[in-house]
Each structure stands twice: as C-alpha cells, then as structure tokens.
Design a binder for this molecule. Structure first.
Ligand code: BMA
Length: 327
C-alpha cells in the first residue's frame, strides 16, 4: 500500500514542492501520450522552456517542447513531437530518446542537449544543439553503451569542453559519475571518476548519476545527483548534493552524506516506476537566488520544487570534504 505524504520531520528542508504539483501530466498533452516526465529546462527571455520526455504506448520516448511565462502554468505544448528519434540516420535511437539535459554554451551561442539514445545495444550518450527549440541538429552519439545521465558544462576549461556522464560496465562494482573532456564536443577523452557510488547501506550505494546540469555558483559547481538504493521492495531514487571546484571540476570540495530530497508525495511514490524523483533541469534566477527544479515523479508526471541557492551552499559548507570514512 502506498502511504500518504509523511508529516514534516526535523531535518532541514531545502527544496519546497509547489502546491500545484504535478504541474504537467499526460492528460495535458495535445496528442496521445502515455507519460510525461524527466524534462530538461532553461530560461529563454521571458519564457521557461521544458524539453519534456514523452513516452508513448509502445514504451518508446521522444522529446517535446513546452513553454510557459511563469514556469508553472499555461504551458504551450508543441502539437507534435519536437525531437523524435531519427530512425533513418541514427539507428542508436531505435528505442527512443530520453532524459535531456540543456546547457547554454556561451562561446557557441547555443544550447547543447545531452540525452540518452536507447539503442538495441544499450543506452548511450548523444548530443544535439539548438538556438531556439524550434529546429535542432544532432552532433551524434559521443559515448558508447552503457552510458547515460550526461550534461555539458556551460564553459570550457582551458580549451576543452567538459561533460559529466555515468558509464556502466558489465561486472563492474558500481556505477559512478565520470568527467570527460573534449576539444570539439565530438571527441572525448581524459576520462576520470569524480564521484564514487558508496557501498553497503548508504542511500547512494552502488549506483549514482548526475541529475540536472552542473550549476555555476561563486563557491563552485553545484551538483545535484541521484542515488539508487536497491531494496526488497524495489529501487528508491533520492537526491544528494556535491560541490566541484570552479576551475578544476575534477576536484570534489563537498558531498552531502544524507539525501536532501526523496519520494514522499503520492505522485512521486506511485506511478509507472514507484518511488522516483528524477530531475533533469533546474533554473537559477540570478536576481532572487531562487532555483526552480523540474523533476519527474514516479516516471509518470512532471513536478516543480524550489530552493534558495544560498541555502544549498550553506548546507554544503557543513558537509564533509570527501575522503576517508565515507566509502
Ligand atoms: C533511470 C532512467 C530514468 C528513470 C529512472 C527510474 O535509469 O532511465 O529515465 O526515470 O531510471 O525509472
């Protein structure tokens, strides 16, 4: 039986759910859709843009643009898939495209979309670009399977772009978060693990992945990541925080020991996949310091929560620098 939302507890609440959640569901869609969830997000002038993962009744996903002036309501949703899988030129998209993360890359003057192509050989990382969310062009697959949960940093380090991603290999002891570099967004190397999945009883044991793209703050790159806890009752997807050095993103400055957001509400606890909160996008208002986090609830709907960036940084300042004793 699914429990109702828990009463408030004594832990510090950093992200506050919007009262109108879920803000988007399949019933809002202008064409037949099974579920809508895991959207990338960005602000373009006065418009909030979501690039929403839409699953059809075959189980395949595509991406569709939804626009709103307040980022909460009155969504204008494209009348057909905005970014369907390209079955002619990109066989790696045969089983759909999923979980986009959007990054405005200043020196290219365009958004780079990192998304999961679901190929018959497994999920892999692909990149595409757009200037307006009306037309898109593909850069193509950049990591072989199995790999997902990728996002590009908004600026280069030295002369190289950087990308976070989460490869998994058969027989490996865990799925960790990696960082790779590229001169041109096509050829990637200098691969390294930056965050290890912990082990044993930890909430983020065995499998972790980046959630929305890294966010630049004065204290470092703010990272929100998901941890997947396997239980007898199924998987629990919860979120934790980390902070990376601004100039050297391989250096992890802080990492939360505890999760900071977890499935609690009925729309997060019950759906196609129970007990999942899965954000792919967040937007910082630089004037107010408020972050809007857009996340999938139980692989079925889209929800919104807000936090203050300074509260997240205060919290992280009290978190341990990663090292001995936390594996
Ligand atoms: C992950 C991704 C997400 C999904 C989550 C929970 O592996 O595939 O798209 O929301 O699992 O099912």
């Amino acid at each position: 039986m699914i429990r109702e939302a828990k009463p408030p507890s004594l832990h510090r609440v950093l992200f506050h759910r919007h009262n109108d959640n879920p803000i988007l569901s399949a019933g809002d869609w202008p064409y037949p859709a099974h579920t809508v969830f895991n959207a990338g997000a960005c602000q373009r002038g006065d418009e909030t843009i979501l690039l929403v993962r839409v699953e059809d009744r075959r189980g395949h996903s595509h991406l569709t643009v939804a626009r709103s002036n307040d980022g909460i309501s009155n969504w204008q949703i494209d009348s057909k898939p905005s970014f369907p899988p390209d079955l002619v030129n990109h066989s790696e998209e045969a089983w759909g495209v999923e979980d986009p993360r959007l990054t405005w890359v200043e020196d290219r003057n365009e958004w780079i979309i990192a998304y999961t192509s679901y190929s018959p050989s497994g999920p892999l990382v692909s990149l595409a670009r757009t200037e307006d969310f009306t037309s898109f062009s593909r850069l193509g697959p950049v990591m072989p399977p199995e790999d997902k949960d990728a996002a590009i940093f908004p600026r280069r380090f030295g002369n190289r772009y950087a990308m976070i991603h989460r490869p998994v290999s058969a027989g490996s002891s865990g799925a960790h978060i990696w960082l790779s570099f590229s001169p041109d967004l096509i050829h990637w190397g200098d691969h390294q693990i930056i965050l290890h999945a912990r082990r044993g009883a930890w909430w983020d044991a065995n499998k972790i992945g980046l959630s929305p793209p890294p966010m630049e703050t004065k204290e470092g790159w703010l990272i929100l990541y998901h941890g997947v806890r396997h239980t007898a009752g199924g998987c629990l997807y919860r979120l934790g925080l980390a902070l990376l050095d601004l100039e050297d993103p391989c250096r992890v400055l802080r990492r939360s020991d505890e999760w900071i957001f977890a499935p609690e509400m009925p729309y997060e606890r019950q759906g196609d996949v129970n007990d999942v909160v899965f954000p792919c996008g967040w937007i910082l208002n630089k004037v107010t310091g408020v972050i809007r986090l857009y996340y999938g609830g139980a692989d079925s709907c889209l929800a919104l929560a807000t936090a203050n960036v300074s509260d997240l940084l205060d919290y992280l300042r009290q978190c341990p620098a990663p090292g001995a004793g936390h594996a």
